[in-house]
Ligand binder design. Structure first.
Ligand SMILES: [Zn+2]
Length: 331
């Protein structure tokens, strides 16, 4: 099967990690942001993480410049539209785009405008390409708990109309789920789905707690459970989906080489794995490359691709009409 041509679904893609370098350069000039020099080469080097990043924290540094240029409603709408366009051009038929509204208030935008702008960009692309999209609202878990309520309430009016879920992201060092238990219970009550970054480079117990305390239906990464039977069992028995992002895991040293990635073992054992980019620009990848990477490492072919597609559709936070449509594309 031609990997580029086959229909694909992406559930884990950060907006700020997926900007076109050309757009970043243009937006930086428009908003008079100082760059080391104004060449596209330098911008690319600033955005793309090296394949041998020393840690997740170094990887996260690559987001500084994109976030600086994403401070107006127009810029947010534009980059969302462009991400949809990039995904559509490699036959991604459905994508969930995540971002943290709290990172886009430097020029005075309010959360509602920020979220609406991203949804607007997604809708504009839906009108032009054969692709559907939804937004996952992320919250930086290293900031104060109280702040998440503003994000939850601001996204509420767009729930089911472009916004579908809540996520916690950023560096993973402690047992963060305990602090956010009440907030996630509140969000679930309003109708938010839940996916949580956990077990990326941190402790596997974060996966168990994200499922048990926050009601996570999906886990971002989850690499750490390969060494933790309790987290593994919790994911398996609860039918939790894993959003695997192999290239990103290589860069952040979550795994040492691609053959050490647990996606193959998890897949063989019937864990509901999905395949994703994490960040198209920062990780220098796209869905086509992620599939090729896994194919080359583990010798998989179209049987694997179809199962991943089915898992992704099942785990998607899209409505039933979109899910039914996505399944017809596999025939
Ligand atoms: Zn992520």
């Amino acid at each position: 099967m031609d990997v580029l041509k086959m229909p694909k679904v992406e559930l884990h893609c950060h907006l700020d990690g997926s900007l076109r370098p050309e757009t970043v350069l243009e937006l930086a000039k428009e908003s008079h942001i100082k760059l080391p020099d104004e060449s596209i080469k330098t911008v690319r080097e600033t955005l793309i993480a090296p394949s041998d990043c020393d840690s997740l924290d170094t990887y996260l540094k690559r987001f500084d410049l994109p976030i600086k240029v994403m401070q107006t409603a127009e810029a947010l709408e534009r980059v969302s539209y462009e991400l949809m366009e990039d995904a559509a051009l490699e036959n991604v038929k459905y994508i969930e785009i995540r971002f943290a509204p709290q990172l886009h208030i430097e020029k005075g935008l309010d959360y509602k405008t920020i979220i609406e702008s991203v949804v607007k960009g997604i809708k504009r692309a839906e009108g032009k390409y054969e692709i559907k999209g939804n937004v996952i609202l992320s919250y930086m878990r290293n900031s104060e708990v109280q702040g998440i309520y503003d994000v939850i309430n601001s996204g509420q009016t767009l729930l089911g109309k472009g916004v579908v879920a809540l996520d916690l992201c950023a560096g993973e060092r402690d047992l963060f789920s305990r602090r956010f238990k009440e907030a996630f219970s509140y969000a679930r009550g309003l109708g938010y789905h839940v996916t949580i970054h956990a077990g990326e480079t941190g402790i596997a117990q974060n996966m168990t707690e994200a499922i048990q305390l926050l009601g996570a239906e999906r886990i971002g990464h989850g690499v750490a459970m390969m060494h933790d039977p309790e987290a593994y069992e919790c994911v398996k028995s609860n039918g939790v989906f894993l959003e695997c992002c192999p290239t990103s895991n290589l860069q952040t040293k979550a795994i040492s080489h691609i053959k050490a990635h647990p996606i193959a073992a998890f897949y063989e054992e019937g864990i509901l794995v999905t395949l994703n980019t994490d960040n198209r620009t920062v990780s220098g990848t796209d869905m086509t490359r992620e599939f090729q990477l896994v194919h080359n490492a583990f010798g998989y072919d179209s049987g694997f691709d179809k199962q991943i597609y089915k898992n992704s559709v099942k785990g998607a936070f899209a409505d039933e009409t979109v899910k039914r449509w996505l399944l017809t594309l596999l025939e």
